[in-house]
Design a protein. Structure first.
Lengths: 213, 234
């Protein structure tokens, strides 16, 4: 399946009609990664539907959007698995998933589960001045960070937003020199030191392996 | 028509016109114009507290309401806050000198492990605007820093802020330590931050979760009024 980040950021992605037994209901920011894992592991019984990634700009809207999609799709699937972490919902998404009887990815957010939750928790105290980007966020930096924060129109806000940060950590899911180069340039724009860490898919991959069984 | 003819000369406006213009300038985040407006009103012998409440706080209330209603977004609110801060820098020493009314004293800070301070700074500024003395501990505060400041400052209110799901549980560490030390009931504890909600605030034992800066101000005022009402007469 070919799909641009634009699609998953703006309108989401409808589940394909392939009679998959398990539906992965995911954040659009994870679509590329999940489709790669499905293809690599030949999980033909797993189907994917995505909510717009820009819901992350309004985390309080995520639980209701997940609920709507679960209710819309549950009749067609034996199981629905929610591929979101807490993602700034303050526990409300977990509560909603429990109400709906569906499971979700463990952890606070994708920066954590890509790094693996255990490793991220250990790093967190020493890295509280780190700003994280994933493959998706490097590709979509202007659309998801720069413009929504108004930095394209009001560059004087940069210090207010990022003045307490010290470094940008690019958590690379894949080895793509062009993304590395772009992330390094973003760090310069933000006035931050730069570090690239290859994470692969971390707990996302191990979790989906468990779901696929 | 030239640009010059379009420009509004603040000093030529009447008091009422100037205050309304300052509300507009705050809304548009025009820091220099706000600073100029504050100085003009002070030059016209307005009391600093009156400048603060009628020009700045009233203007920021409009900004806060439009943010709450989805008309304004974070960048615009930050620009407005930056403009208000410009005016506050002039007013703050004058307010202290002129003995403006004091509503109470608040210690505020972002919790340990968290460096996000935009919300905390907005709350601090609006609390100051509402007449509270604010002791800002900055970011990444361990429990010891909060407790030491509360005691040292003889504060009424503790305000804690967090932006991260991973750091917000630390608020409970602070509140539990206050309970252990038998000082929990000595302070009003207000919490806020993007991933928080009312349920979380109740679960950790805070007095109130505050959705935004305006709510924080109103909540603090309400608690302080109750506190005064409970003081023994005489």
């Amino acid at each position: 399946m070919k799909m641009g980040d634009q699609i998953v950021s703006g309108n989401g992605l409808e589940a394909s009609d392939n009679n998959g037994r398990i539906l992965l209901l995911a954040c659009g920011a994870l679509a590329h990664e999940i489709l790669t894992l499905i293809k690599t592991n030949a999980w033909s019984h797993m189907d994917l539907t995505c909510l717009p990634a820009n819901l992350h700009l309004y985390p309080d809207r995520i639980p209701a959007a997940v609920e709507k999609s679960v209710l819309k799709n549950r009749a067609q699937y034996a199981e629905i698995f929610v591929v979101y972490a807490d993602c700034g919902t303050g526990g409300l998404l977990l509560k909603k998933c429990k109400e709906l009887g569906v499971k979700m990815v463990e952890g606070p957010h994708c920066y954590s589960f890509f790094e693996t939750n255990d490793t991220f928790a250990k790093l967190a105290e020493d890295e509280c001045t780190a700003f994280y980007l994933t493959d998706f966020l490097v590709r979509q930096f202007d659309a998801f960070v720069w413009k929504p924060m108004g930095l394209d129109r009001h560059p004087q806000l940069l210090e207010m937003y990022f003045g307490n940060y010290e470094k940008l950590v690019y958590q690379a899911q894949t080895n793509q020199p062009d993304l590395d180069e772009k992330a390094a340039k973003i760090a310069i724009r933000m006035g931050l030191n730069y570090e690239r860490r290859f994470t692969g898919y971390g707990d996302l991959e191990t979790t989906l392996h468990q779901v696929a069984r | 028509m030239s640009d010059e003819e379009d420009d509004i000369i603040l000093a030529e406006l009447s008091d009422d016109e100037l205050v309304l213009q300052m509300h507009d300038d705050l809304y548009d985040g025009m820091k220099e114009e706000i600073e100029e407006g504050v100085n003009i009103l002070l030059g016209r012998k307005w009391q600093p507290y009156r400048v603060l409440t009628e020009a700045l706080v009233a203007g920021m209330t409009i900004v806060g309401n439009d943010f709450r209603d989805g008309i304004l977004f974070v960048p615009e609110v930050l620009l407005a806050a930056g403009a208000m801060k410009g005016g506050m820098e002039t007013l703050k020493p004058l307010l202290i000198e002129s003995g403006a009314p004091r509503m109470g004293k608040m210690v505020i800070g972002t919790v340990k492990g968290d460096i996000h301070d935009i919300g905390k700074n907005l709350v601090g500024m609006m609390m100051e605007g509402a007449g509270f003395e604010v002791i800002d501990l900055g970011i990444n505060n361990p429990v010891e820093d909060y407790l030491e400041a509360l005691s040292r400052e003889d504060a009424d209110i503790l305000g804690m802020s967090a932006l991260l799901t991973t750091t917000m549980p630390y608020m409970k560490v602070v509140i539990d330590t206050m309970i252990e030390q038998g000082i929990r009931e000595d302070y009003i504890v207000l919490v806020g931050g993007a991933p928080l909600n009312e349920e979380f605030g109740k679960a950790i034992g805070a007095d109130s979760y505050c959705r935004d800066a305006a709510v924080a101000v109103e909540t603090a005022k309400g608690f302080m009024a109750n506190k005064h009402n409970q003081l023994p007469a005489g």
